[in-house]
Design a protein around this ligand. Structure first.
Ligand code: ZN
Length: 98
């Protein structure tokens, strides 16, 4: 394959990979997308006023207020996205929604 075509081909593959990654990210959400976005808003407000204690206290409070619990599988998912506490969820997970 000529160099230029080869380069074009690789670009296509990378694009396809990025698309698949995004697709699998959104199909594996641990809760409804709207609820997650609400959580980000909540964390944004709460972290600004009380700061992060480097645990999942705020996330847990938020879910309780929605009649849900912070389940192990949800924590696991956050950790896979490098969200190891409330502020890291906001920092590392929210950006994937933009
Ligand atoms: Zn934190």
């Amino acid at each position: 394959m000529p160099y230029k075509q080869e380069k074009e081909h690789r670009k296509q593959i990378q694009k396809e990979l990025a698309r698949k990654e995004k697709e699998s990210f959104f199909s594996n959400l641990p809760m409804e997308q709207e609820l997650l976005i609400e959580l980000f808003d909540y964390l944004d407000t709460e972290l600004a006023s009380s700061g992060c204690k480097h645990d999942y206290n705020l996330t847990s409070n938020f879910l309780n207020s929605k009649g849900k619990h912070l389940e192990d599988r949800v924590i696991k998912w956050f950790q896979e996205q490098r969200g190891y506490c409330d502020c890291e969820i906001l920092l590392n997970v929210e950006e994937k929604f933009e």
